[in-house]
Write a protein that binds this ligand. Structure first.
Ligand code: ATP
Ligand code: MG
Length: 225
């Protein structure tokens, strides 16, 4: 099986109040192409820190990261890393982060504008439809949507550039149970139809039963459950 990411001996610590906190230590993880991985762990255990590293948003202090066959992608410099992120990684966060004054469609297209990819309106519309969003909402400013609707738009935006990886940090934490299940089913369907790999931090038990592998982050290390 091909791996998308291989992380070896990852270490990340922060200085806070004059003290050093070791959040991740000797952490190893291999993520295979096409799988859905869940990362669980108590608040403060380092889930977001780990997702930021795997999503090339934050460099580890030590350790080796291989991303899509690229050894230590952070050595490419911020501009190239940003371009790699734009093409290959989609992000979904706990609170749907859309640009409120832009329309739903414009929000979904934003990563294509940044990447310089043209004529993606049709794909954006199709993605929004496949996320179950009503067409009458496509041209509405995004601040007018409900949280569940916003998270569908965020998912469409995460997928617009056909990334190989989607990173989702507690994507359903701000949603009710029924909507959370719908979003998880969408993730499962996207994974099945488009083959995207997902790394999802989540506390949700219904999600854990839907993913391929799950890991418990505890004491700065990961344990497969
Ligand atoms: N930029 C930073 N500067 C200082 N400390 C940080 C920074 N980012 C994270 N931390 C600390 O690292 C630890 C892990 O934080 P992280 O956000 O990764 O946890 P988490 O598992 O995602 O928690 P939650 O479930 O609440 O989202 C916490 O103690 C946090 O305070
Ligand atoms: Mg977090």
């Amino acid at each position: 099986m091909n791996f998308l990411i291989k992380a070896c001996g990852i270490k990340r610590s922060f200085f806070s109040g004059g003290k050093r906190i070791e959040v991740l230590k000797e952490l190893d993880l291999e993520v295979y192409e096409g799988e859905i991985i869940a990362i669980i762990g108590v608040s403060g255990s380092g889930k977001s820190t780990l997702l930021h590293i795997l999503g090339l948003m934050d460099a580890p202090d030590e350790g080796e990261l291989i991303f899509l066959g690229l050894k230590n992608p952070f050595s490419l410099g911020e501009k190239k890393v940003a371009s790699l992120r734009n093409r290959e990684i989609g992000f979904v966060f706990q609170f749907p982060s859309l640009l409120p004054e832009f329309s739903v469609l414009e929000n979904v297209l934003m990563p294509t504008f940044i990447g310089g990819f043209k004529n993606k309106e049709k794909r954006a519309t199709e993605l929004l439809k496949s996320m179950g969003l009503r067409e009458s909402l496509f041209n509405r400013r995004s601040y007018m949507l409900s949280e569940g609707e916003k998270q569908r738009v965020v998912l469409a935006r995460a997928l617009i550039n056909k990334p190989r990886l989607v990173i989702a940090d507690e994507p359903t934490a701000s949603l009710d149970e029924k909507t959370a299940v719908e979003i998880f089913d969408l993730i499962k369907n996207i994974n099945r139809f488009y083959g995207q790999t997902f790394i999802v931090a989540s506390h949700d038990r219904t999600f854990l039963s839907r993913c391929d592998r799950s890991f418990f982050l505890h004491g700065s290390k990961l344990y497969e459950t």
